[in-house]
Write a protein that binds this ligand. Structure first.
Ligand SMILES: [Cu+2]
Length: 339
Protein backbone atom coordinates (compact mmCIF):
# COMPACT_ATOMS: atom_id res chain seq x y z
CA UNK A 1 0.00 0.00 0.00
CA UNK A 2 3.01 2.29 -0.50
CA UNK A 3 1.12 3.84 -3.42
CA UNK A 4 -0.74 6.01 -0.96
CA UNK A 5 2.37 7.93 0.10
CA UNK A 6 1.79 11.48 -1.08
CA UNK A 7 4.92 12.16 -3.07
CA UNK A 8 4.48 14.78 -5.73
CA UNK A 9 5.79 12.80 -8.66
CA UNK A 10 3.21 10.10 -8.04
CA UNK A 11 0.25 12.45 -7.81
CA UNK A 12 -1.13 11.29 -11.12
CA UNK A 13 -1.18 7.69 -10.04
CA UNK A 14 -2.49 8.54 -6.59
CA UNK A 15 -5.32 10.63 -8.04
CA UNK A 16 -6.19 7.71 -10.24
CA UNK A 17 -6.30 5.46 -7.23
CA UNK A 18 -8.71 7.88 -5.56
CA UNK A 19 -10.95 7.63 -8.60
CA UNK A 20 -10.89 3.87 -8.23
CA UNK A 21 -11.49 4.02 -4.53
CA UNK A 22 -14.56 6.18 -4.91
CA UNK A 23 -15.95 3.94 -7.58
CA UNK A 24 -15.06 0.87 -5.61
CA UNK A 25 -16.79 2.40 -2.60
CA UNK A 26 -19.88 3.17 -4.66
CA UNK A 27 -19.87 -0.29 -6.17
CA UNK A 28 -19.54 -1.76 -2.70
CA UNK A 29 -22.38 0.42 -1.43
CA UNK A 30 -24.59 -0.42 -4.41
CA UNK A 31 -24.04 -4.12 -4.02
CA UNK A 32 -25.59 -3.78 -0.57
CA UNK A 33 -22.74 -5.92 0.67
CA UNK A 34 -22.87 -6.17 4.41
CA UNK A 35 -20.14 -8.70 4.97
CA UNK A 36 -16.61 -7.48 5.48
CA UNK A 37 -13.49 -9.19 4.25
CA UNK A 38 -11.56 -10.65 7.12
CA UNK A 39 -8.27 -8.89 6.45
CA UNK A 40 -8.22 -5.15 6.89
CA UNK A 41 -5.59 -2.92 5.33
CA UNK A 42 -3.92 0.36 6.25
CA UNK A 43 -5.64 2.95 8.47
CA UNK A 44 -5.73 6.70 8.06
CA UNK A 45 -7.14 9.42 10.28
CA UNK A 46 -10.20 11.30 9.01
CA UNK A 47 -11.76 14.49 10.33
CA UNK A 48 -14.83 15.98 8.68
CA UNK A 49 -18.52 16.72 8.58
CA UNK A 50 -21.35 14.39 7.64
CA UNK A 51 -23.07 15.57 4.47
CA UNK A 52 -25.65 12.79 4.27
CA UNK A 53 -26.35 9.34 5.65
CA UNK A 54 -27.92 6.43 3.81
CA UNK A 55 -29.07 3.64 6.11
CA UNK A 56 -30.13 1.61 3.09
CA UNK A 57 -26.67 1.73 1.54
CA UNK A 58 -24.87 1.54 4.85
CA UNK A 59 -22.85 4.61 3.98
CA UNK A 60 -22.17 8.18 5.03
CA UNK A 61 -21.03 10.96 2.73
CA UNK A 62 -18.35 12.98 4.48
CA UNK A 63 -16.90 16.39 3.64
CA UNK A 64 -13.47 15.84 5.11
CA UNK A 65 -10.10 17.54 5.56
CA UNK A 66 -7.00 16.22 3.86
CA UNK A 67 -6.18 12.72 5.08
CA UNK A 68 -2.41 12.63 5.68
CA UNK A 69 -0.62 10.14 3.40
CA UNK A 70 -3.89 9.12 1.77
CA UNK A 71 -5.90 11.81 -0.04
CA UNK A 72 -6.71 15.49 -0.23
CA UNK A 73 -9.75 17.19 1.24
CA UNK A 74 -12.92 16.11 -0.52
CA UNK A 75 -16.52 15.02 -0.17
CA UNK A 76 -17.22 11.38 -0.82
CA UNK A 77 -19.34 8.46 0.41
CA UNK A 78 -17.81 5.85 2.71
CA UNK A 79 -19.31 2.55 3.77
CA UNK A 80 -19.81 2.43 7.56
CA UNK A 81 -19.90 -1.30 8.32
CA UNK A 82 -21.38 -0.90 11.81
CA UNK A 83 -25.10 -0.15 11.33
CA UNK A 84 -25.51 0.92 14.96
CA UNK A 85 -22.80 3.53 14.54
CA UNK A 86 -24.29 4.67 11.25
CA UNK A 87 -27.67 5.15 12.94
CA UNK A 88 -26.17 7.69 15.35
CA UNK A 89 -24.84 9.89 12.54
CA UNK A 90 -26.72 12.86 11.14
CA UNK A 91 -26.09 15.58 8.61
CA UNK A 92 -23.81 18.26 10.01
CA UNK A 93 -22.16 16.09 12.67
CA UNK A 94 -18.46 16.73 13.03
CA UNK A 95 -16.63 13.41 13.23
CA UNK A 96 -13.27 11.75 13.42
CA UNK A 97 -12.79 8.19 12.20
CA UNK A 98 -10.30 5.67 10.91
CA UNK A 99 -10.38 5.12 7.17
CA UNK A 100 -9.61 1.44 6.75
CA UNK A 101 -8.72 0.34 3.25
CA UNK A 102 -9.70 -3.26 2.67
CA UNK A 103 -9.28 -4.75 -0.78
CA UNK A 104 -9.27 -1.25 -2.24
CA UNK A 105 -12.45 -0.15 -0.46
CA UNK A 106 -12.04 2.57 2.17
CA UNK A 107 -14.58 2.32 4.98
CA UNK A 108 -15.02 4.08 8.30
CA UNK A 109 -14.32 2.53 11.67
CA UNK A 110 -13.94 3.94 15.20
CA UNK A 111 -16.27 6.81 14.34
CA UNK A 112 -16.41 9.49 17.04
CA UNK A 113 -18.89 12.37 16.94
CA UNK A 114 -16.79 15.34 18.03
CA UNK A 115 -19.63 17.81 17.80
CA UNK A 116 -23.29 16.99 17.27
CA UNK A 117 -25.07 19.08 14.62
CA UNK A 118 -27.71 21.53 15.82
CA UNK A 119 -31.32 20.37 15.40
CA UNK A 120 -31.85 20.07 11.65
CA UNK A 121 -34.38 22.39 10.03
CA UNK A 122 -36.37 20.79 7.24
CA UNK A 123 -34.99 22.25 4.03
CA UNK A 124 -35.95 20.19 1.01
CA UNK A 125 -33.63 22.17 -1.28
CA UNK A 126 -30.50 21.19 0.64
CA UNK A 127 -31.54 18.02 2.41
CA UNK A 128 -29.11 15.96 0.36
CA UNK A 129 -26.01 16.78 -1.65
CA UNK A 130 -26.87 14.03 -4.12
CA UNK A 131 -30.07 13.95 -6.10
CA UNK A 132 -30.74 10.38 -7.12
CA UNK A 133 -32.64 10.36 -10.42
CA UNK A 134 -35.86 8.41 -9.95
CA UNK A 135 -37.95 6.73 -12.67
CA UNK A 136 -40.49 9.30 -13.85
CA UNK A 137 -38.40 12.38 -12.99
CA UNK A 138 -38.68 14.97 -15.75
CA UNK A 139 -35.21 15.77 -17.06
CA UNK A 140 -34.58 19.53 -17.16
CA UNK A 141 -33.78 21.04 -20.54
CA UNK A 142 -30.05 21.44 -19.93
CA UNK A 143 -27.89 23.09 -22.60
CA UNK A 144 -24.57 21.59 -23.70
CA UNK A 145 -21.82 22.33 -26.24
CA UNK A 146 -21.61 19.47 -28.73
CA UNK A 147 -18.76 18.04 -30.83
CA UNK A 148 -19.53 20.54 -33.60
CA UNK A 149 -19.30 23.53 -31.26
CA UNK A 150 -23.06 23.88 -31.40
CA UNK A 151 -25.12 24.66 -28.32
CA UNK A 152 -27.69 21.88 -28.00
CA UNK A 153 -30.57 21.30 -25.59
CA UNK A 154 -31.66 17.99 -24.11
CA UNK A 155 -35.16 18.64 -25.40
CA UNK A 156 -33.84 18.15 -28.93
CA UNK A 157 -33.61 14.43 -28.10
CA UNK A 158 -37.34 14.25 -27.37
CA UNK A 159 -39.14 11.64 -29.42
CA UNK A 160 -36.18 9.25 -29.10
CA UNK A 161 -34.94 7.15 -26.20
CA UNK A 162 -31.74 8.71 -24.91
CA UNK A 163 -28.88 6.94 -23.17
CA UNK A 164 -26.91 9.67 -21.42
CA UNK A 165 -23.66 9.16 -19.60
CA UNK A 166 -20.88 11.29 -18.13
CA UNK A 167 -17.19 11.02 -18.93
CA UNK A 168 -14.04 13.06 -19.23
CA UNK A 169 -11.75 12.23 -22.10
CA UNK A 170 -8.53 12.32 -20.03
CA UNK A 171 -9.79 9.73 -17.53
CA UNK A 172 -6.81 7.42 -17.00
CA UNK A 173 -8.68 4.45 -15.57
CA UNK A 174 -9.65 1.79 -18.10
CA UNK A 175 -12.45 0.49 -15.91
CA UNK A 176 -14.25 3.81 -15.61
CA UNK A 177 -14.76 6.47 -18.32
CA UNK A 178 -13.01 4.41 -21.02
CA UNK A 179 -15.18 1.41 -20.12
CA UNK A 180 -18.47 3.31 -20.22
CA UNK A 181 -17.47 4.84 -23.58
CA UNK A 182 -16.47 1.44 -24.91
CA UNK A 183 -19.86 0.09 -23.81
CA UNK A 184 -21.59 3.00 -25.56
CA UNK A 185 -19.54 2.18 -28.67
CA UNK A 186 -20.92 -1.36 -28.54
CA UNK A 187 -24.47 -0.06 -28.19
CA UNK A 188 -23.81 2.20 -31.19
CA UNK A 189 -22.53 -0.78 -33.19
CA UNK A 190 -25.78 -2.62 -32.40
CA UNK A 191 -27.86 0.39 -33.43
CA UNK A 192 -25.93 1.48 -36.48
CA UNK A 193 -27.85 -0.44 -39.11
CA UNK A 194 -31.23 -0.56 -37.36
CA UNK A 195 -34.17 0.88 -39.23
CA UNK A 196 -37.00 -0.25 -36.91
CA UNK A 197 -37.89 1.13 -33.49
CA UNK A 198 -34.25 0.80 -32.42
CA UNK A 199 -33.32 3.52 -34.85
CA UNK A 200 -34.93 5.81 -32.30
CA UNK A 201 -32.32 5.12 -29.64
CA UNK A 202 -29.69 7.84 -29.24
CA UNK A 203 -26.49 8.03 -27.23
CA UNK A 204 -25.02 11.11 -25.56
CA UNK A 205 -21.70 11.26 -23.70
CA UNK A 206 -21.40 14.41 -21.62
CA UNK A 207 -18.01 15.62 -20.40
CA UNK A 208 -17.67 17.25 -17.00
CA UNK A 209 -14.28 18.65 -18.04
CA UNK A 210 -15.38 21.50 -20.35
CA UNK A 211 -12.07 23.40 -20.11
CA UNK A 212 -10.21 20.50 -21.73
CA UNK A 213 -12.94 18.68 -23.65
CA UNK A 214 -13.43 21.16 -26.47
CA UNK A 215 -15.45 20.17 -29.57
CA UNK A 216 -12.20 19.18 -31.35
CA UNK A 217 -11.12 16.98 -28.42
CA UNK A 218 -14.55 15.37 -28.32
CA UNK A 219 -14.42 14.61 -32.07
CA UNK A 220 -11.02 13.01 -31.60
CA UNK A 221 -12.31 11.01 -28.64
CA UNK A 222 -15.29 9.79 -30.70
CA UNK A 223 -12.92 8.67 -33.46
CA UNK A 224 -10.86 6.67 -30.95
CA UNK A 225 -13.74 4.15 -30.74
CA UNK A 226 -13.92 3.60 -34.49
CA UNK A 227 -12.57 0.05 -34.09
CA UNK A 228 -15.96 -0.76 -32.51
CA UNK A 229 -18.29 1.77 -34.13
CA UNK A 230 -16.83 1.37 -37.62
CA UNK A 231 -16.72 5.13 -38.13
CA UNK A 232 -14.76 8.21 -37.06
CA UNK A 233 -18.01 10.14 -36.94
CA UNK A 234 -20.74 8.23 -35.09
CA UNK A 235 -22.67 11.46 -34.56
CA UNK A 236 -25.81 10.31 -36.38
CA UNK A 237 -26.72 8.35 -33.23
CA UNK A 238 -23.98 9.11 -30.71
CA UNK A 239 -23.34 12.70 -29.70
CA UNK A 240 -20.55 14.03 -27.53
CA UNK A 241 -20.92 17.25 -25.62
CA UNK A 242 -19.44 19.18 -22.73
CA UNK A 243 -21.46 20.64 -19.91
CA UNK A 244 -20.70 24.38 -19.77
CA UNK A 245 -18.73 25.35 -16.65
CA UNK A 246 -21.57 27.49 -15.31
CA UNK A 247 -24.32 24.91 -15.74
CA UNK A 248 -22.20 21.90 -14.77
CA UNK A 249 -23.01 21.92 -11.01
CA UNK A 250 -26.74 21.92 -11.69
CA UNK A 251 -26.48 19.23 -14.36
CA UNK A 252 -24.29 17.06 -12.11
CA UNK A 253 -26.69 17.51 -9.22
CA UNK A 254 -29.69 16.37 -11.22
CA UNK A 255 -27.91 13.30 -12.58
CA UNK A 256 -26.43 12.28 -9.22
CA UNK A 257 -22.89 12.82 -10.49
CA UNK A 258 -20.10 13.52 -8.03
CA UNK A 259 -16.95 15.16 -9.42
CA UNK A 260 -14.04 17.00 -7.92
CA UNK A 261 -11.35 18.49 -10.15
CA UNK A 262 -7.82 18.95 -8.92
CA UNK A 263 -4.86 19.74 -11.13
CA UNK A 264 -6.24 18.10 -14.23
CA UNK A 265 -7.32 14.89 -12.52
CA UNK A 266 -10.99 14.49 -11.71
CA UNK A 267 -12.27 12.29 -8.94
CA UNK A 268 -15.78 11.30 -9.89
CA UNK A 269 -18.64 8.85 -9.68
CA UNK A 270 -20.44 7.27 -12.64
CA UNK A 271 -23.89 8.25 -13.87
CA UNK A 272 -25.72 6.69 -16.79
CA UNK A 273 -29.40 7.39 -17.45
CA UNK A 274 -31.99 5.97 -19.77
CA UNK A 275 -34.40 8.78 -20.68
CA UNK A 276 -37.78 8.11 -22.31
CA UNK A 277 -38.91 9.78 -25.54
CA UNK A 278 -40.98 12.22 -23.48
CA UNK A 279 -37.95 13.28 -21.46
CA UNK A 280 -38.31 11.31 -18.23
CA UNK A 281 -35.89 9.12 -16.33
CA UNK A 282 -36.59 5.42 -16.96
CA UNK A 283 -33.49 4.00 -15.28
CA UNK A 284 -30.34 5.30 -13.67
CA UNK A 285 -27.07 3.45 -13.13
CA UNK A 286 -24.37 4.68 -10.78
CA UNK A 287 -21.91 2.00 -11.71
CA UNK A 288 -20.34 0.41 -14.75
CA UNK A 289 -21.75 -3.06 -14.22
CA UNK A 290 -24.46 -2.92 -16.87
CA UNK A 291 -23.73 -4.53 -20.21
CA UNK A 292 -24.49 -3.04 -23.62
CA UNK A 293 -27.07 -5.69 -24.54
CA UNK A 294 -29.13 -5.14 -21.38
CA UNK A 295 -29.03 -1.39 -21.82
CA UNK A 296 -30.04 -1.82 -25.45
CA UNK A 297 -32.94 -4.09 -24.40
CA UNK A 298 -34.15 -1.54 -21.83
CA UNK A 299 -33.92 1.29 -24.35
CA UNK A 300 -35.75 -0.81 -26.95
CA UNK A 301 -38.66 -1.35 -24.55
CA UNK A 302 -38.81 2.40 -24.05
CA UNK A 303 -39.24 3.10 -27.76
CA UNK A 304 -41.66 0.26 -28.41
CA UNK A 305 -44.20 0.97 -25.64
CA UNK A 306 -45.41 4.15 -27.33
CA UNK A 307 -47.93 4.04 -30.14
CA UNK A 308 -46.58 5.63 -33.34
CA UNK A 309 -49.37 8.23 -33.29
CA UNK A 310 -48.53 9.35 -29.77
CA UNK A 311 -44.89 9.57 -30.77
CA UNK A 312 -45.77 11.82 -33.68
CA UNK A 313 -47.68 14.18 -31.41
CA UNK A 314 -44.79 14.20 -28.99
CA UNK A 315 -42.32 15.05 -31.71
CA UNK A 316 -44.50 18.01 -32.68
CA UNK A 317 -44.39 19.50 -29.24
CA UNK A 318 -40.81 18.90 -28.31
CA UNK A 319 -40.65 22.25 -26.58
CA UNK A 320 -43.46 21.42 -24.18
CA UNK A 321 -41.56 20.79 -20.98
CA UNK A 322 -43.41 18.58 -18.55
CA UNK A 323 -45.80 17.15 -21.12
CA UNK A 324 -48.76 15.42 -19.50
CA UNK A 325 -48.83 12.55 -21.98
CA UNK A 326 -49.15 9.40 -19.92
CA UNK A 327 -46.39 7.09 -21.02
CA UNK A 328 -46.64 3.47 -19.91
CA UNK A 329 -43.46 2.97 -17.94
CA UNK A 330 -41.46 -0.12 -18.84
CA UNK A 331 -39.84 -1.89 -15.96
CA UNK A 332 -36.29 -2.58 -17.00
CA UNK A 333 -34.69 -5.50 -15.28
CA UNK A 334 -31.73 -3.48 -14.22
CA UNK A 335 -33.15 -0.26 -12.80
CA UNK A 336 -30.91 0.97 -10.05
CA UNK A 337 -32.61 3.17 -7.52
CA UNK A 338 -30.93 4.19 -4.31
CA UNK A 339 -32.80 5.44 -1.25
CU1 LIG B 1 -13.25 8.57 -15.15
Amino acid sequence: MQEYSASVHRRFQVSSIFCALILAALAFVSAGCKSKPAESGPRFHLHGKIVSVSAKDGSATVDHDAIPDFMGAMTMPYPVPDAKVLATLARGDEITADVVVTEGVPDLENVVIVKKAPQPKPDPASSSSFHVPQPGDAVPDFALLDQNGKRIHLRSFRGDALLLTFIYTRCPFVDFCPKVSDNFAHVYAMLRDETGPQSRIRLLSVSFDPAHDTPAVLRQYAASFSHTTGTDRPFDRWDFAAAPEKELPEIAKFFGLYYNAKEGQITHSMSTSLISPDGKIVAWFHDNDWNPSDLMADATKTVTVQAPQARHKLAQRVSAVGATHALPQPTPSSVVVLN
